[in-house]
Design a binder for this molecule. Structure first.
Ligand code: PGA
Length: 249
C-alpha cells in the first residue's frame, strides 16, 4: 500500500501574510490523515511555513536546491540549509527549471544525490513537451529523464525518492492530461524502476502534476499507478488544495 503524497508547488507566489492565512484556513479543513501533505513555498517563506505548519501534519519542501554542499555559490540554497530550517522534501528538475535555467539530466541527478545525502526526499519531476508528444517521443524522453537519475542511485537510495510526472503541455495551461494518458506514463515509469529493482518499483510513489484541480483530482487519483499530485496554481487556494487532498485514495 503506497501512502499518497499531495504536494503544493507555490512557485514564485505569496507574501508573509498570505502564507499565514493559507495555513490558518488549511488547518480548519479537517482533512483525513491518510495522505502525506507537502507544501513548497518560495525560499524566503520556508521558515515561516515551517512554523505555521507545526500544529498540522503538513511537511515543508524547497522548490530547488544546489548540487553543491556549500561555498561560493551566490544566490544558491543548499540541502543542509533546507534541512536545517525544517524541510523534509525538495522539488528537483521541475520543467520550468529545465527550460528557463537550462538544467540538464546530469545536474538534476547531482541534485537528487545531494538531497538524499542530506536526508531530504527528492521529488523528481519528469515530463515531455507538446512537441515531443506530437512527435511520439514521450516514452523516449521520460525514459531518458528517469534512467539518467536511476543510473546514479543505489537500490537503497531508490527507496527514498518520489517521482512526479508533469507533462509540460499540461502545466499552468488548464489542460490536464487525461487520467488514461497519465496512467500510461506512470506505468512506464514504474516499469523502468521495477526493471532495476522490483521492490522499489512496487513501492515508488509517482505523482501526477499539470493542471490538477478539485474537478479532475478524483479521476486522476483513482488510477492504479497515480499515487498523488503535484499541484501548482490550484494549491494557492487552501480550500481547493484541501479538496484535492480529500480526493486522494
Ligand atoms: P499547475 O502546475 O498545477 O499550475 O499546472 C503544476 C506544477 O508545475 O508543478
Amino acid at each position: 500500500m503506497r501512502t499518497p503524497v499531495i504536494a503544493a508547488n507555490w512557485k514564485m507566489h505569496g507574501t508573509q501574510g498570505q502564507v499565514k492565512d493559507w495555513f490558518h484556513t488549511f488547518e480548519q479543513q479537517n482533512l483525513p490523515t491518510t495522505s502525506e501533505i507537502v507544501v513548497c513555498p518560495p525560499f524566503p517563506y520556508l521558515l515561516l511555513a515551517a512554523h505555521a505548519s507545526k500544529p498540522s501534519n503538513v511537511k515543508i519542501g524547497g522548490q530547488d536546491l544546489s548540487n553543491e554542499l556549500k561555498g561560493a555559490y551566490t544566490g544558491q540554497v543548499s540541502a543542509e540549509m533546507l534541512k536545517d530550517i525544517g524541510c523534509s522534501y525538495v522539488i528537483i528538475g521541475h520543467s520550468e527549471r529545465r527550460a528557463l535555467n537550462g538544467e540538464t539530466n546530469e545536474l538534476i541527478a547531482q541534485k537528487v544525490l545531494r538531497a538524499l545525502e542530506i536526508g531530504l526526499t527528492p521529488l523528481l519531476c519528469v515530463g515531455e513537451t507538446l512537441k515531443e508528444r506530437e512527435e511520439e517521443k514521450t516514452e523516449q524522453i521520460i525514459a531518458e529523464q528517469v534512467t539518467h537519475v536511476l543510473g546514479k542511485l543505489t537500490n537503497e537510495q531508490l527507496k527514498n525518492i518520489v517521482i512526479a510526472y508533469e507533462p509540460v503541455w499540461a502545466i499552468g495551461t488548464g489542460l490536464a492530461a487525461t487520467a488514461q494518458q497519465a496512467q500510461t506514463v506512470h506505468a512506464l515509469i514504474r516499469g523502468l524502476v521495477a526493471k532495476r529493482d522490483q521492490k522499489s518499483g512496487d513501492a515508488l510513489r509517482i505523482l501526477y502534476g499539470g493542471s490538477v484541480k478539485p474537478e479532475n483530482a478524483l479521476e486522476l487519483l483513482a488510477m492504479p499507478d497515480i499515487d498523488g499530485a503535484l499541484v501548482g496554481g490550484a494549491s494557492l487556494d487552501p480550500i481547493a488544495f484541501a479538496q484535492i487532498v480529500q480526493a486522494a485514495k
